[in-house]
Design a binder for this molecule. Structure first.
Ligand SMILES: [Zn+2]
Length: 139
């Protein structure tokens, strides 16, 4: 007997592919169908996918995406600052002119894909309310 699957590749009985879901989430698409937009605005997640109707309001991304982005950006920017200091020893204002915009641009560029990946991972792993057997709470 075969397990019926939806055209989007998931059903209540099948496992969800975390990598495919995270790729869809990174692209700002619904982790279930990959077509509907995940976000309603810059970082607000749609309650339901406008294309397939999948419930997305169960996510609990909370502070994880900014924490991950902060870690990546700080390592990259500090690396660039060290390299500049060792290679060119520029004055402090050059560090500020390069480092501050680099920090802001990288943070804004990475925040949305990171949040999309986090929501999609929670969906794929059936965390929080994404598990149909979940009765509530926040675990
Ligand atoms: Zn969808």
């Amino acid at each position: 007997m075969t397990v019926p699957k939806s055209s989007a590749g998931s059903s209540l009985l099948s496992d969800r592919d975390p990598m495919a879901a995270m790729m869809r989430g990174m692209m700002g698409r619904c982790p279930n169908c990959g077509v509907g937009p995940l976000f309603d605005g810059f970082l607000a997640v749609n309650d339901n996918c406008p294309h397939c109707g999948e419930a997305l309001y169960h996510h609990r991304a909370d502070d994880a995406p900014p924490y991950i982005v902060m870690s990546i950006v700080s390592i990259a920017v500090i690396g660039v600052m060290f390299w500049m200091e060792i290679a060119y020893a520029p004055p402090l204002w050059v560090h500020a002119v390069i480092g501050l915009p680099l920090t802001v641009v990288m943070s804004l560029a990475l925040l949305r894909p990171t949040k999309g990946m986090m929501v999609a991972l929670q969906w794929a792993k059936r965390m929080h309310g994404f598990n149909p057997r979940h009765s509530g709470g926040d675990s």
